[in-house]
Design a binder for this molecule. Structure first.
Ligand code: ZN
Length: 472
């Protein structure tokens, strides 16, 4: 408490001394509002199995209506089933600035068990400069920032030149069925020229120093296959090695371990290596420049490929994640199957990846089956109309921090917006220590200062992109 009030005093003094600097910080009342919304959300346990996202959506709708948004513009949409709730709200603009901008976050969280944590994951806690609780980084921070900033903009009587649409979805962490349902059943409510996603991108800290501001403009495509060898089986006293499904599957596993998909760079990954090379030093920076050469430096590729993070940016990856075989210790196995999860580069045909797996199997008695079909997702173009204003805002609020476009290896709700033709940019603006990312893990926490900075960044970004200074 004491610490917080001291910080606040310092802030007020700074604000009086330098009026321009006060604009880089939300007011004490704005902070209190955002913090209270954040607290309310953390304390509604929205783990998918509990079905509480409708409650969270209603709570946020109440906040918006209480702040003066017309009830007709605030929709709690229950679907695709009764267990899932979504919130869609519209901040009406004059329409002179173009089609709406969609802003995106998700209400659900990954399960968290009290026994695994040192604190209660569903009790909001501020301690030693951090907010603790499940969802503090993924992604209740996004919900709280968007709802608080919509209210701040309204209180400031901001008149956007285009509509701002707030979309909070109910099952990003599990199926993404909510966002798919929204874009198919409620397209008019959630349609826009482009979307800004709180759930991707973000700021990177190294030992408290800001080193990059990531903008996620592309996602790898998620796909899962099962490869299975089968046989009629029999008594284990009479082995038939050539028919044994376990032995027949083994060479595939070995080849899969060795295989590297070809290196392919797109606009986003190229920009990622260019900008990252400027941040890094020494041999790593040299290797990043090496992969950008034409033709790429093969030794540089080999060294970067040894680092899983960089490897994932260079190529499609497929990895064995589950293995199952046999049915009794004294019986010849009747089947052996491996589950292979792939993260495919956008633009690479999934059929080619499947064909590669079949080739690695090297045995046409091994059947391949798709258990999670790939949904292609085009990279979102890094246009000046979007990147220009973001670069200006970053330079203002985080001077000297480079912007790095990224392609993430995961998958978010943004994937489904891109697929229906709404380019989507992940700009969480939340700075986190690179080596202390706790999303989905225990004792998830967020730096208090990162929360308020991102609150301010989104406020300014929405003002700028939906304001009169925006070209169109
Ligand atoms: Zn998330």
């Amino acid at each position: 408490m004491r610490r917080a009030s001291l910080a606040l005093t310092a802030l007020l003094v700074a604000a009086l001394a330098a009026p321009a600097a006060s604009q880089t910080e939300p007011s004490a009342a704005d902070r209190a509002l955002a913090r209270d919304i954040f607290r309310e959300l953390i304390e509604i346990n929205t783990t998918d199995s509990l079905g509480n996202t409708p409650r969270a959506a209603r709570a946020m709708a109440r906040r918006l209506v209480a702040a003066g948004f017309p009830p007709a513009d605030v929709h709690v949409l229950i679907g695709p089933d009764a267990k899932h709730g979504n919130l869609v709200a519209r901040y009406r603009g004059t329409g002179t600035g173009g089609r709406p901008i969609v802003t995106l976050a998700h209400l659900d969280v990954v399960p968290a068990r009290r026994a695994d944590w040192s604190v209660d994951p569903f009790t909001f806690l501020e301690r030693d400069g951090y907010f603790y609780g499940r969802g503090t980084t993924d992604d209740k921070v996004g919900d709280a920032i968007l709802v608080a900033d919509f209210i701040r903009l309204r209180r400031a009587a901001f008149r956007p030149t285009r509509d701002l649409i707030l979309v909070l979805t109910g099952d990003e962490e599990t199926n993404g069925s909510c966002v798919q349902w929204l874009v198919t059943k409620h397209r008019a409510l959630v349609d826009g020229e482009f979307a800004l996603n709180t759930d991707a991108g973000g700021g990177v800290l190294r030992d408290g120093r800001r080193v990059m501001f990531a903008v996620q403009a592309s996602e790898k495509v998620y796909a899962t296959y099962v490869l299975e060898a089968t046989d009629k089986g029999g008594h284990s006293s009479l082995p038939r090695p050539a028919d044994n499904p376990i032995y027949r599957l083994a060479p595939l596993l070995e080849r899969l371990e060795q295989y590297r998909f070809p290196v392919t760079l797109n606009e986003v990954s190229r920009a990622f290596f260019e900008r990252s090379a400027a941040i890094e030093t020494g041999p790593l920076a040299g290797d990043m420049r090496g992969v950008l050469q034409d033709p790429p430096d093969s030794a540089a590729i080999a060294r970067l490929s040894a680092v899983p993070f960089y490897n994932s940016k260079l190529r499609t990856t497929c990895v064995a994640t589950m293995l199952e075989a046999g049915h009794a210790e004294n019986a010849l196995p009747q089947s052996a199957r491996v589950t292979v999860n792939c993260r495919i580069l956008p633009g690479e045909p999934a059929a080619d990846v499947e064909a590669t797996l079949q080739r690695l199997a090297g045995d046409d008695r091994i059947a391949i089956r798709t258990i999670y079909a790939p949904i292609p997702s085009p990279p979102s173009p890094l246009t000046r109309a979007i990147m220009g204003p973001i670069e200006r805002l970053v330079a203002e609020q985080f001077p000297g921090v480079p912007i790095v476009p990224v392609m993430e290896a995961g998958a978010t709700d943004g994937l489904f917006l891109r697929n229906v033709g709404i380019p989507t940019y992940g700009v969480s603006a939340v700075f986190e220590e690179q080596n202390d990312v706790r999303a989905h893990g225990r004792d998830e926490r967020l730096r208090v200062s990162s929360f308020y900075e991102a609150l301010e960044f989104w406020y300014r970004m929405m003002r700028t992109l939906a304001g009169s200074e925006t070209p169109s």
